[in-house]
Design a protein around this ligand. Structure first.
Ligand SMILES: C[S@@+](CC[C@H](N)C(=O)[O-])C[C@H]1O[C@@H](n2cnc3c(N)ncnc32)[C@H](O)[C@@H]1O
Length: 242
């Protein structure tokens, strides 16, 4: 089934580029597999042309992609995408570019946004670090959403965490002045790491005293529900570019 789908959509079969002869860099994700359901295959066939952006090594022109100049929010790791769908639907004053490598979640969100005919959201199945590095212009992004990034709780895996100085520097470069980064996690020690990492980036400022209050427009995500069920604290981090 997977082979067939990658025959049909060859671009979906690759989530990262590796230069010949180089080692794979440490990644923040592990690819989960699983058969797609008929509605997900259907979504690919129907909505790929209108809602999917393919990886290219060249800067993406947001005006061409969205057909307007609304500010663009990039979401890293949207998972199953239910909250991304709701935010895009309810906050139409922005355009959204969602990045996720998990094919089942990617096709689920594709189905939701395609069926609703949302024109202010596009999605990519590719490593966010590579997309940001090669496709996103400096000073072009109004905000980043990173909700419940994988906590990688074991110490030996901490190097896989997304929110570390290299990524923080990269996203700070891509932000416009006044743009924001909004991260939420249920892993307390990672939440403090986020505060520390962003505090080290000179162009970013935390306008709150430590953690931020939740934004009323952010729906509960599916990972959040799991954290809440275990009574983990939910911590929100909001920083802005000076
Ligand atoms: C713990 S899940 C959270 C999903 C969702 N935001 C939620 O709250 O339910 C983190 C997601 O980030 C994705 N992810 C991690 N690193 C990524 C990367 N470098 N590029 C794209 N997606 C990534 C994973 O595939 C995973 O689905």
């Amino acid at each position: 089934m997977m082979d067939t789908i990658f025959d049909e959509f060859p671009q979906l079969g690759k989530v990262e580029m590796r230069e010949a002869g180089t080692q794979r860099k440490i990644k923040s994700f592990v690819l989960r597999s699983g058969a797609l359901k008929p509605f997900q295959l259907e979504a690919l066939r129907q909505f790929y042309p209108t809602h999917v952006v393919e990886y290219q090594k060249g800067i993406l022109d947001f005006t061409t992609v969205f057909g307007n100049d609304k500010p663009v929010i990039i979401e890293i790791g949207f998972g199953m995408g239910a909250s991304s769908h709701r935010i895009a639907k309810e906050r139409q004053e922005y355009n959204y570019l969602g990045l996720e490598v998990f094919l089942s979640g990617f096709t689920k969100l594709l189905s939701l946004i395609g069926k609703d005919g949302l024109t202010n959201i596009r999605i990519m199945r590719f490593d966010a670090v590579e997309v940001l590095t090669h496709m996103i212009a400096e000073g072009s992004v109004a905000g980043f959403h990173i909700f419940f990034p994988d906590p990688w709780p074991k110490k030996k895996h901490h190097k896989r965490r997304l929110i570390q100085e290299p990524l923080a520097n990269l996203i700070a470069q891509k932000l416009k002045k006044g743009g924001y980064i909004y991260c939420v996690t249920d892993w307390e020690e990672y939440a403090y790491q986020m505060l520390d990492v962003f505090a080290k980036i000179p162009s970013l400022t935390n306008t709150y005293d430590g953690f931020a209050p939740p934004k009323e427009w952010r729906p509960t995500t599916s990972f959040e529900q799991k954290g809440l069920a275990q009574e983990f604290p939910i911590n929100e981090v909001w920083v802005e570019k000076l």
